[in-house]
Design a protein around this ligand. Structure first.
Ligand code: BG6
Length: 488
């Protein structure tokens, strides 16, 4: 095994038979093993309520691994080694009496990582159980989102965890922070002096953040309908991206220096008042339509749907950050299910040069943009104006990209976000995890939007599956004389 393996640990996965664990967490752990990053003594204990024979569940986990790890990345010897690390134990997470037996099963562990892939309502009980069975001192806890459904409920969850675990052993996941290109944002901004001088309201006209998904609800109707796109995506992933774009340079790379700067951004987000809501925020819900030439049902026709639901599956909004750096620069955010393509990207639009010298008809063409593509085709592209080649072209301008592609650079695979995040927890590094106050400020800002919708009895606007959302989402940006970059 490679010498880069991190220190050994016992990894207890609560909710081990759930979708997240089977689709993302076990494959990520397998990939860490394949990369030689799991210590030979690291063990993984899968925990769930189901009480059949452990071998049955271990076999099911193995099958899911075969399904979710690309065939070219399955190495029989590694798979065998990985499966040998796994154990399964049935327990009721709410039963205090089940925890001493868990502690016995784990035996004398130096370091326990307890990953909660369960509803947040159970986190408090798991923390209390771990503490009462004497495990808390040696444990780092990892909390999946969503942590609560508003500020009040997120505080309850965080407080219940904090009774037993200090902040420096609490790792709150936002898997977007583990994505390779999101990491690169930090490098791009703070390892290149070139950008920092331009990174403010003097030079940037506006910023777009799009996180579009082609998928619909994928059997998660029950959870999703309680949440909606604002809670599911804006409160966490999109606001985290906004923070990384907008934050001031941290004084160092330590977790708290970075998180302090992110919190300042969240605190500076201008509230959107009830009067502004109609103009600045658009909610949508998909109706039947077509994706890649295939008909797909509307949100209300999905399996187990409540046909009366007014939960949004799309949000577009115009946010402003009230500080010196960003005053007057709109941040347009949009995210939705059943969009024409899966696409996560940030577009920074720079202002025009102060004095224009080319022919007037070319003026609308001119703009520098920095496009940061998170997925797919991870990369960064800077659009610059150049002159068309040829004797007959005169000073004919053309926008061309200076392109940096991560997906084909160095020929290496791009690790999944969860691989990086699990590795960072094992290393005890909190940079890529969200601090309690970040979550709370993000909720506070989202709560005022939800309260506004509720007061106004706002219903989501329909959009056909396979389109970029309701027409009102176009109007939101065209009203400012702009358009969403790249929409077809
Ligand atoms: C999750 C949301 O946090 O992120 C899902 O709960 C969403 O609804 C998913 O589909 C998107 O993640 P990714 O990495 O596929 O963009």
């Amino acid at each position: 095994m490679a010498s880069t393996a991190v220190e050994p640990c016992a990894f207890a996965l609560f909710g081990a038979l759930g979708d997240l664990a089977l689709r993302k967490l076990f494959p990520a752990l397998y990939q860490l093993d394949r990369a030689g990053l799991l210590h030979a003594e690291t063990r993984i204990l899968a925990l769930a309520r189901e009480s059949d024979e452990p071998a049955t569940h271990l076999a099911a986990i193995g099958e899911h691994l075969q399904r979710h790890v690309p065939a070219s990345e399955i190495d029989a010897a590694v798979m065998q080694r990985f499966m040998a690390r796994l154990d399964y134990r049935s327990m009721d997470f709410l039963q205090a009496a089940d925890y001493p037996a868990l502690a016995d099963r784990l035996g004398p562990v130096e370091r326990l990582i307890a990953y909660f892939a369960t509803p947040a309502s159970v986190y408090g009980a798991i923390c209390a159980g771990l503490a009462q069975s004497g495990l808390a001192e040696r444990t780092r806890v990892v909390l999946e989102k969503p942590i609560g459904h508003d500020l009040g409920s997120s505080r309850e969850v965080n407080d219940a965890v904090a009774l037993h675990f200090p902040e420096n052993r609490t790792y709150r996941i936002d898997h977007y922070l583990g994505k390779e290109t999101v990491q690169n944002l930090i490098a791009l901004r703070f390892a290149n002096s070139l950008f920092e001088t331009q990174w403010n309201q003097n030079h940037i006209s506006h910023v777009e953040i799009t996180v579009a998904e082609q998928v619909g609800i994928e059997g998660r109707w029950g959870y999703f309908d309680q949440a909606g796109q604002l809670r599911d995506m804006i409160q966490n992933h999109l606001l985290q991206l906004l923070c990384l774009i907008a934050m001031d340079p941290p004084s160092d790379l330590s977790a708290d220096s970075i998180r302090d700067e992110k919190v300042k951004v969240l605190k500076a987000l201008a509230p959107i008042t009830a009067e502004q809501l109609g103009q600045q925020v658009v909610r949508g819900q998909y109706i039947a339509g077509g994706i890649l030439g295939k008909s797909v049902p509307g949100y209300l026709e999905e399996d187990n749907a409540n046909a009366q639901s007014d939960t949004e599956t799309f949000v577009a909004l115009r946010a402003e950050i009230r500080n010196w750096r960003w005053s007057g620069v709109p941040f347009y955010l949009r995210t939705g299910k059943r969009m024409p393509q899966k696409l996560s990207q940030i577009v920074i639009h720079f202002k025009e040069a102060p004095h224009y010298i080319f022919s007037p008809e070319q003026r609308p063409l001119i703009s520098n943009r920095l496009i940061i593509r998170l997925q797919p085709d991870e990369g960064i592209s800077l659009q610059v104006m150049t002159k068309d080649q040829g004797l007959d072209k005169g000073m004919q301008l053309r926008s061309r990209p200076l392109q940096l592609s991560f997906s084909d650079s160095h020929g290496s695979r791009i690790p999944d976000a969860y691989e990086r995040l699990l590795l960072e927890v094992m290393k005890g590094n909190q940079n890529l995890f969200v601090r309690k106050d970040e979550i709370e400020y993000a909720w506070k800002w989202c709560d005022q939007l939800i309260a506004g919708w509720q007061r106004q009895g706002d219903s989501p606007k329909p959009y056909a599956a396979g389109t970029w959302g309701p027409m009102a989402a176009m109007a939101l940006i065209t009203r400012d004389g702009r358009s969403w970059y790249g929409d077809l």
